[in-house]
Design a protein around this ligand. Structure first.
Ligand code: SF4
Length: 621
């Protein structure tokens, strides 16, 4: 394998994607380790290495004496072609061993448009794609991550899904696997044992029934002891959770090449379109002492010169200001910068931005999401136009000349007046720059617009997506409205969002469509240069299914949803209430301020938000 690999590596772009051997990567003794796992990321090395979850799981498994974890990524098209023509199977970076030699292979499901890459990787590994066709000699295929909260489209291919935070469930899963092997259980017996672990969903152990009109009737366990609903696992003590103090340093430029310091898990804001906001509830802050130590350890072990404070809403972290000051005071002399991925729209954020940009200034990003106050209330985005304008005015005044604004098209109840609102807001931001004396030649406002995709476990899970035609018309309308100097308008392929919606809202029948799409050659569907919309449509057609039926259907509150057997902790009753409040334009309070709007998660999972002192000082605007 090694020799063949060396030969083909000379012929591909970026060979370092496949060589391994990076700083801090771990190579364990294969023969003397009981459980051998591969972490499979269904996208390129550059995307996968920017994902904090990979570093966390890598550290978690490799810190066990009895287990090892190696990495594998989706090979880019050139590499795949050469691997196939030379008969080289999918291999891991650490030991260059075939993935099929491992005991457990774990995929992360971050984005629906990577699903065909998973099938392609299984195929390249020389494994049957359908879990029903795999036997005892083959690895157990598991998957976790946000898309596991509607696992059904991938249910035919995955042996077991982990629902919720990996740190909490992985150790148990490895222990059950070890015990089952010691007891010489067969694959079906192992799956039954796994299904008994809280937070593990084994799709083969459920029967799915439909009504004649195609609507889902039920998803029911086939055996006693298999739970009707699989409840998510959550880390209660995030502060003391294992953390990768020696993260792997990528050997080539990756999307995020810096120390990722996770300041908290979860978000309290309750934006009604946001799935992550539900999946990672409740908020759990880490202490500044822990964070300062972790930052120092990671800087020392990696040589990076940037710390990114990551979380769903970092500016909400109650200790953000003192933490940034402390980090900069300790490390800025060595040229270390601190960055925040995106900012809240208020003056407090600008103070923060000034602080973090002590070393380097970059573009500031804000996400008002919608153009009018009416629609921002519908989505529960607690931000006003005045907030945005005063924030950008302060930013321009402080020396920035480039601002990025994120919006979503096709949100429930959206009208063309809301689109006018986006254009007016963008123009007002330009004017704010002019009023602060920013040179017109340098002044730049980038308006990035994505299409709304209804996601499971959110208040908008019952909503249809706008049709392709509606989305295209809206994009063109905005393009016209946003014409002018100083404004750059970016938008996404609506076709990709359409398929994302079909998969996000889909049921188990979509497994056959995925298989067909894979056979037709679909891969790297999230990459515009690889996306083949016509092949996707053909895949649906060949199976007699309609993507529009999935993406555009409006569910009733009492319909059985394809993900109802997955319990994210937040009650369906609460989501329905939130949906009604959305339509009525009523906002719901953030639970950070101590007022609990009753999503049901804390009592049902016996947990409480962890907010350090001063946490209610930055209540929603
Ligand atoms: S139960 Fe209340 S406090 Fe807990 S996450 Fe839900 S809204 Fe927040």
């Amino acid at each position: 394998m090694q020799q063949q690999l060396e030969k083909i590596l000379l012929q591909v772009q970026k060979p370092a994607r496949y060589t391994g051997g990076e700083w801090n990567s771990v190579q364990k003794d294969w023969d003397n380790t009981e459980v051998r796992m591969a972490f499979a990321f269904p996208d390129t090395y550059e995307v996968g290495m920017s994902y904090l979850g990979l570093q966390i799981i890598y550290n978690l498994v490799n810190s066990r004496e009895d287990a090892l974890l190696e990495r594998t990524f989706a090979p880019w098209l050139d590499m795949e072609e050469l691997m196939r023509s030379h008969g080289l199977p999918l291999f891991t970076l650490e030991s260059h061993r075939p993935v099929r030699d491992f005991d457990i292979v774990g995929f992360t499901l971050q984005y629906e448009m990577t699903f065909t890459n998973i099938l392609n990787m299984l195929d390249l590994a020389g494994l049957p794609l359908l879990s029903a066709q795999r036997d005892e000699t083959m690895p157990l295929i598991i998957a976790g991550g946000p898309c596991a909260f509607n696992p059904e489209p991938m249910a035919d291919f995955i042996d077991a899904f982990t629902i919720g935070e990996g740190e909490e469930v992985l150790h148990e899963l490895i222990d059950v696997y070890k015990k089952a092997r010691a007891e010489k259980l067969n694959r079906s017996q192992l799956l039954l044992k796994l299904a008994a672990v809280e937070g593990v969903y084994v799709p083969a152990l459920y029967t799915v029934d439909y009504y004649e009109d195609g609507q889902l009737k039920s998803v029911t366990p086939k055996h006693p002891g298999v739970p009707k609903q699989v409840r998510k696992r959550l880390l209660k003590d995030v502060d003391n959770a294992p953390f990768p103090s020696r993260p792997i340093v990528p050997s080539i430029g990756v999307v995020h090449d810096r120390v990722m310091l996770e300041v908290q898990r979860g978000c309290t804001r309750g934006c009604r379109f946001c799935q992550a906001g539900v999946l990672y509830r409740p908020v759990r802050e880490k202490s500044p002492e822990t964070l300062k130590k972790q930052a120092a350890d990671m800087l020392k072990s990696t040589g990076h010169n940037e710390i990114s404070l990551t979380s769903l809403s970092t500016a909400d972290y109650s200790q953000v200001q003192p933490l940034i000051t402390a980090l900069l005071d300790t490390h800025s002399e060595k040229g270390v910068n601190v960055s925040l991925p995106s900012l809240r729209v208020d003056a407090f954020s600008i103070d923060l931005a000034k602080e973090v940009q002590r070393v380097r200034k970059s573009t500031l990003t804000f996400a008002p999401e919608a153009g009018t106050q009416r629609l921002r209330d519908v989505i529960n985005k607690g931000v006003t136009e005045e907030d945005l304008i005063s924030a950008v005015t302060a930013a321009f005044g402080a020396g920035w000349h480039s601002i990025k604004l994120y919006f979503m098209l096709g949100l429930p109840t959206e009208t063309y007046q809301d689109l006018d609102g986006i254009a007016n807001l963008a123009k007002a931001v330009v004017e704010a720059g002019v009023s602060q004396g920013v040179n017109r030649g340098r002044l730049k406002v980038t308006v990035s617009v994505s299409s709304f995709v209804p996601k499971s476990h959110t208040a908008f899970q019952w909503e249809p997506q706008n049709t392709l035609e509606e989305l295209k018309n809206k994009q063109l309308y905005l393009k016209e409205k946003l014409k002018g100097k100083n404004i750059v308008y970016n938008y996404h392929h609506p076709e990709t969002s359409f398929l994302e919606a079909a998969l996000a809202k889909g049921d188990r029948r979509l497994g056959a469509v995925l298989l067909r799409a894979h056979r037709l050659g679909c891969k790297f569907d999230g990459w515009s240069e690889c996306f083949k919309y016509d092949l996707w449509l053909k895949a649906f057609e060949d199976l007699g299914l309609n993507a529009a039926w999935y993406a555009y259907r409006r569910y009733n509150y009492d319909d059985v949803l394809p993900w109802d057997h997955i319990d994210a902790g937040v009650s369906k009753k609460y989501l329905a209430r939130e949906h009604k409040r959305a339509v009525a334009g009523k906002v719901t309070v953030d639970c950070r301020g101590g007022k609990c709007p009753g999503c049901g998660l804390c009592p049902s999972l016996d947990i409480k938000p962890v907010i350090l002192k001063g946490g209610d000082g930055h209540a929603p605007l």
